[in-house]
Ligand binder design. Sequence first.
Ligand SMILES: C[S@@+](CC[C@H](N)C(=O)[O-])C[C@H]1O[C@@H](n2cnc3c(N)ncnc32)[C@H](O)[C@@H]1O
Length: 250
Amino acid sequence: MAHALGITTSALQLDPTRPVDDTALPALVARRAAHEPLALILGRREFWTLDFAVSPATLIPRPDSETLIEAARAIFTGREPPRRVLDLGAGSGCLLLAALSEFTTAFGLGVDRSFDAVALARRNAAVLGMASRAAFLCADWAAALDGPFDLVLSNPPYVPTGQIDGLMPEVARHEPRIALDGGVDGYSAYCRLLPDLARLLAPDGVAVLEVGAGQASMVGRLARGAAFASEPHHDLSGIVRALVLHPVPP
Ligand SMILES: C[S@@+](CC[C@H](N)C(=O)[O-])C[C@H]1O[C@@H](n2cnc3c(N)ncnc32)[C@H](O)[C@@H]1O
């Protein structure tokens, strides 16, 4: 209703008698009744206190993913902050731009295979005043890249293909498959990303990967196979949501 009135929700609370523009509201309600996520109706979503434009091109930023930023902040507390940050599967740019808002001297590169997601992330970087420190590239994971990066972030698609249609309709019908589909077992993106990390990371670099509920031990095992030790970080529900990967010395 606040969106239909063009005011903030707090203004709505202060003036509950204000008349509603009844030309806009029914269409908005109909979209929500058809399970379109509120963030897509409003065209924006807050992440890590920053305001992001969102679109059907990529995932709507999730509060759970803020665990990756908390983990990155914890790792670099008391040591030199990262100068080069890479985000694989950048989507709206939420992880990269949140990281750059924390590490204010860093430069970042975000990669996404979706052209429309890259365009969205570039717009977000510009609106948030970080376009001079963030670049976005349309590419297949890290195939076009070389390191070194001090911090690599990734929230890859990790839903097993056969489970996507059973997700809530807000997700299954309105968020793109490319942002969700983790292959038959949910791990195909990790299998693509992990072998590239050694090449991408600086000697003291770390990677922080998001994992789905219950996927931490399998991703940890895959990481060990790629010569990385993993350290779990929990989200606000107590679920392991992020793995911090450190290279294991040979
Ligand atoms: C789960 S979404 C994460 C988006 C954003 N980082 C976030 O946390 O909200 C995964 C992203 O990976 C991208 N993606 C999928 N396959 C890819 C590939 N082969 N190379 C690069 N990006 C890919 C999708 O387009 C999508 O934007």
